[in-house]
Structure formats: structure tokens, C-alpha cells
Design a protein around this ligand. Structure first.
Ligand SMILES: NC(=O)c1ccc[n+]([C@@H]2O[C@H](COP(=O)([O-])OP(=O)(O)OC[C@H]3O[C@@H](n4cnc5c(N)ncnc54)[C@H](OP(=O)(O)O)[C@@H]3O)[C@@H](O)[C@H]2O)c1
Length: 259
């Protein structure tokens, strides 16, 4: 765990500090670089210690921002409360929490694999809930803060291709909506992000891709939405129109499509 010469937060005050879970590469890595350029002090959490340490070194070699690495597998839910407290003390405050970690395990429309479904739900949904349940009470008490969850267009409808992934993202999207409804009255902002396709390692598991954005472009979209206190965004934005239509296709028609 890192040492830091920042003053410990006593009492905790909101500042330009963020925790990003699932930040070693892909969208999480791009968000870490973006927030560092904006001057944030970052607690970066991921299971990939080598990439995480490299990313922190890269950020700390720059002139703005600062980053500390914390190794955690998000399915080790019981570690979260103590790790969260440690990061709060190291950072000296917290303004923004972003859950990015996710896995997409390839399957086919005729495959039924409980182990894959269990893993996707564990990382994409339960890992997020473990973190939200320690972050939300702190922000509620502070009457401030931003919580961001990276969900997916895949959570908007159950499709033939990957029910486990669809369900994990639907659970995350609904949980974030409930958190928003709980916390907005305390001044806490909750943002749901629904990417379409991003050019990351995860994309290698997708059979068909189009309108692919770079993780850097998606990170810019997330940061802009944070500043604007948006509730839900799609990246690319045009996915919002497409998914509006897809959400309203009657089930009797939707089940005949190979979407
Ligand atoms: N790429 C897309 O087209 C796309 C589209 C829609 C939504 N999304 C969502 O966007 C988010 C970011 O995806 P990405 O494309 O940036 O994926 P990525 O490049 O694969 O990065 C995901 C990061 O999460 C980490 N991670 C995975 N499982 C973990 C665990 N159990 N504990 C801790 N860290 C873990 C990964 O570490 P490892 O390297 O060790 O696995 C990796 O650093 C995900 O939630 C994904 O579902 C992606």
C-alpha cells in the first residue's frame, strides 16, 4: 500500500479526490489519466497490480494529479470496508467515486454456463454494490459527492447473445437509479454511463462491432457528464436514440430478432 505525504482527512472534507475501481486499463485507465490532467488525487483500484503500478508511475511523473495504487479483486467483497477507509485517509478526502470494473465472458445463443453467468454478476454487479454500500453513506452524510457506474447498452434489454452479461448490467443500471432516487435529496449526484462499443480489450469478446469509440473519447464524455451533473448518458450519444427505440420494441417482435 502507498505512503503519502498528504494530510489525513480529519474531519473528512470533500475535495478534488476520486476513487476509480477497475482502473488499470481500458476506460478506467483513460478516466484515471483524464482526472489526473484535471488535477485530481486518485485512489486507483484494480486486480492487475503490474498495470496499476505502471499507470500510477506515469501519472505521478506528470505535472498535475497524483495517483496511488490499491490491489483488489472486486469479488473479495469483505475487503471493501477496510480498503475504503484506508484510501479515504491516504487521499485526505473524497469527491468522486467511479465503478468501472467489468468482464464480458463470451458465450453463444445455445450455451448455458452457470459459472460464466456467476462470474459476470459477481464482478459487474455485486462488486459494484459492495463499494456503493460504503461510499453512499459517506456522501449522504457530507451532502455532496459524485457516484458514477459504468453500465452498458447491454443492460437495457435481455438479448439472445449473453443473458448473464445483460442481467449484470441491468442490475447495475437499476441499482444506480435507486441510489440516485435515495441520494439526490442529499445533494449527491449519481451518474449512469451506458457505452456502446469501446476500443478496449473487452471488445475482443464482441462478435459484431460498429460505432466504436476510443476509451479516451468515452472518458471525455463521462467527465463532461460529471461536470453537468447528468443522470444517464450513452457514449456515443446516438445510442440513446437507438436504445429508446429498442426498449420500446414489443417483446413479441423482439424475441424473433437475433439481437
Ligand atoms: N469495451 C466495450 O465495448 C464496453 C461496452 C459497454 C460497456 N463496457 C463496460 O465498460 C467497463 C470498462 O470496460 P473496458 O472495455 O475498459 O474493459 P477492460 O479494458 O477489460 O478493463 C476492465 C478493467 O477491470 C478490471 N477487472 C476485471 N475484473 C476485475 C476484478 N474481479 N477485480 C478487479 N478488477 C477487475 C480488469 O482487470 P484485468 O485486466 O485483470 O481483467 C481491467 O483492468 C466495464 O464495466 C464494461 O462492462 C465496455
Amino acid at each position: 500500500m502507498p505512503s503519502t505525504n498528504r494530510n489525513s482527512a480529519t474531519p473528512l472534507k470533500p475535495g478534488k479526490c476520486a476513487i476509480i475501481v477497475g482502473s488499470a486499463k481500458g476506460l478506467g485507465g483513460a478516466l484515471a489519466r483524464k482526472l489526473a490532467r484535471e488535477g485530481f488525487v486518485l485512489g486507483l483500484v484494480d486486480r492487475n497490480s503490474e498495470l496499476l503500478v505502471q499507470l500510477c508511475a506515469e501519472i505521478n511523473a506528470g505535472n498535475v494529479g497524483q495517483a496511488f495504487p490499491y490491489v483488489q479483486d472486486v469479488t473479495s467483497y469483505e475487503e471493501v470496508p477496510a480498503l475504503f477507509q484506508k484510501i479515504l485517509v491516504d487521499l485526505g478526502g473524497l469527491d468522486t467515486f467511479i465503478y468501472v470494473a467489468g468482464i464480458l465472458l463470451p458465450t453463444t445463443p445455445t450455451t448455458y454456463d452457470f459459472e460464466k453467468d456467476r462470474l459476470m454478476i459477481s464482478v459487474n454487479a455485486l462488486g459494484a454494490l459492495a463499494w456503493f454500500n460504503v461510499v453512499a453513506p459517506v456522501f449522504q452524510a457530507l451532502h455532496s459527492g459524485h457516484i458514477v457506474g459504468i453500465s452498458s447498452v447491454a443492460g437495457d434489454r435481455g438479448r439472445v447473445g449473453n443473458p448473464g452479461y445483460n442481467s449484470s448490467k441491468a442490475a447495475l443500471t437499476t441499482y444506480l437509479e435507486a441510489l440516485r432516487n435515495r441520494l439526490s435529496r442529499y445533494g449527491v449526484h449519481v451518474l449512469t454511463v451506458k457505452p456502446g462499443f469501446m476500443d478496449t480489450d473487452m471488445l475482443k469478446s464482441s462478435p459484431r462491432t460498429f460505432w466504436v469509440v476510443s476509451p479516451e473519447q468515452a472518458a471525455e464524455d463521462v467527465y463532461k457528464a460529471l461536470r453537468q451533473r447528468r443522470q444517464t448518458i450513452y457514449t456515443l450519444g446516438r445510442w440513446g436514440w437507438i436504445m429508446f427505440i429498442i426498449r420500446h420494441v414489443p417483446s413479441v417482435i423482439f424475441r424473433r430478432l437475433s439481437l
